[in-house]
Design a protein around this ligand. Sequence first.
Ligand SMILES: [Zn+2]
Length: 95
Amino acid sequence: MHICEFQEMMKRLYLHRDSERGVKGTYEWLADELQELKAALTEGDKGEIEKEFADVIAWLASLANITGVDLEKAAINKYSDKCPKCHKSPCSCIF
Ligand SMILES: [Zn+2]
């Protein structure tokens, strides 16, 4: 499954609800899910970590759907097989 197919699936499943909630509310859910991912990473349980990654990408897709952003296109446009800052692969940016 491509990112665009995942985003389309999320649109079929949740666009009606995401549209009602709006950008701000959906962003808040995404932020909450990131906090839950942080907690799962701290706990270290692989199963929980995977579930939280799933929630983060789901809410990210929901937010992209209601803002009219094509996630796959946006990601590939910015990260096209090289670092967008140093233009190298692998990245050689200095931390
Ligand atoms: Zn770089």
